[in-house]
Design a protein around this ligand. Structure first.
Ligand code: NAD
Length: 340
């Protein structure tokens, strides 16, 4: 059983970032996979934010058009489009935050792990360039299978001597699981969704998605039968969308919303805002799995402190136990891919 214990805060290498407290709202954010189903609405949400001065769009197709279109929007961020491998380094140069939704999405009947063969190589190749050009940038990896692509990214950074064991800057974006949990709880309980927060820990596929409904704020009570049903709905919510889209892809609009929320939280924290907490999938010593999502306190350097696994009830502790084999196998698959 895993329960909450006091943990030392993560040591941070303060010299690692160029983003200083005086650099209010002047971030460069790069989106890799910017022409896709997630990339386009995410780029729109970022262009609409006062937090950016430069929005850099990279893809292997269509970026000149997407960039031209977004550049006519009357907000302050400059938009640049970068097309094809030879323009990738320029796209990520001086980036504070790099969001990666590049890769193929699921079709009905597929698991996220079925995407591994295509997406593992895409993430490896993109991260090879970010490791060289902007090794200190915060990386938010959206590309599935997130449970494996984040370990792949860290292995790339190790190979490129860009890995900093005292600082975490590579994150699996699991925010959509939190967004879904908040939405479903609000609907069920008739609450204001803006005021709900359900921590979701673990990984980002099936049983590795672990919503801690017992730790929701404000507190909500469920008979166990309802708790089980809601937990399973949150775990399978991605598949709900894949099936409804009937072959036309997976969650894109809700994912863009979630990735924008992730980006805004990080950018606000980098700019000195207090009390920014977000769950994300990172390397971790909280469980036997080498990567695990938990609530993180964000700050000027990225993660100020891993807040660890919140208190759990027995049912949730069992979910954590049940997630371990799949999560550890997914992580191993990513690491093995990089050792070939
Ligand atoms: P999509 O096919 O609509 O878009 C993917 C984009 O990536 C395309 O524009 C494509 O040209 C681009 N691309 C492919 N190879 C590339 C490369 N080497 N470099 C740069 N760009 C490249 O797919 P989508 O619906 O936007 O989904 C993207 C990824 O996000 C998928 O892997 C999907 O499973 C994942 N996803 C993650 C979550 C999450 O919660 N983390 C949620 C939904 C989807």
């Amino acid at each position: 059983m895993f329960s909450r214990v006091a943990r030392p805060s993560l040591a941070i290498c303060s010299s690692a970032r160029k983003f200083s407290s005086s650099s209010q709202n002047n971030a460069k954010v790069a989106v890799l996979g910017a022409s896709g189903g997630i990339g386009q609405p995410l780029s729109l949400l970022l262009k609409n934010s006062h937090r950016l001065t430069h929005l850099s769009l990279y893809d292997v197709m269509h970026t000149p058009g997407v960039a031209a279109d977004l550049s006519h929007i009357s907000t302050k961020a400059k938009v640049t489009g970068h097309l094809g491998e030879e323009q990738l380094a320029d796209a990520v140069k001086d980036a504070d935050l790099v969001l990666i939704p590049a890769g193929v999405p699921r079709k009905p009947g597929m698991t996220r792990d079925d995407l591994f063969n295509t997406n593992a190589g895409i993430v490896r190749d993109l991260c090879s360039v970010t490791a060289e050009v902007c090794p200190n940038a915060i990386l938010g990896i959206i590309t599935n299978p997130v449970n494996s692509t984040v370990p792949i990214a860290e292995e790339v950074y190790k190979k490129k001597n860009a890995f900093n064991e005292n600082r975490i800057n590579i994150f699996g974006v699991t925010t959509l699981d939190v967004v879904r949990a908040n939405t479903f709880v609000a609907e069920l309980k008739g609450l204001d969704v803006d005021k709900i927060n359900v921590p979701v820990i673990g990984g980002h596929s099936g049983v590795t998605i672990i919503p801690l409904l017992s730790q929701a704020t404000p507190a909500v009570a469920f008979p166990q039968e309802d708790r089980t049903r809601l937990t399973e709905r949150i775990q399978n919510a991605g598949t709900e969308v894949v099936e409804a889209k009937a072959g036309a892809g997976s969650a894109t609009l809700s994912m863009a919303f979630a990735a924008a929320r992730f980006a805004y939280k990080f950018l606000d924290a980098l700019n000195g805002a207090d009390n920014k907490v977000e769950c994300a999938y990172i390397r971790s010593t909280e469980t036997p799995a080498a990567y695990f999502a938990t609530p993180l306190l964000l700050g000027k350097n990225g993660v100020e402190k891993n807040l660890g696994i919140p208190k759990t009830i027995e049912y949730e502790a069992e979910l954590i136990e049940k997630a371990m084999p799949e999560l550890q196998a997914n992580i191993k698959k990513g690491i093995d891919f990089m050792s070939q």
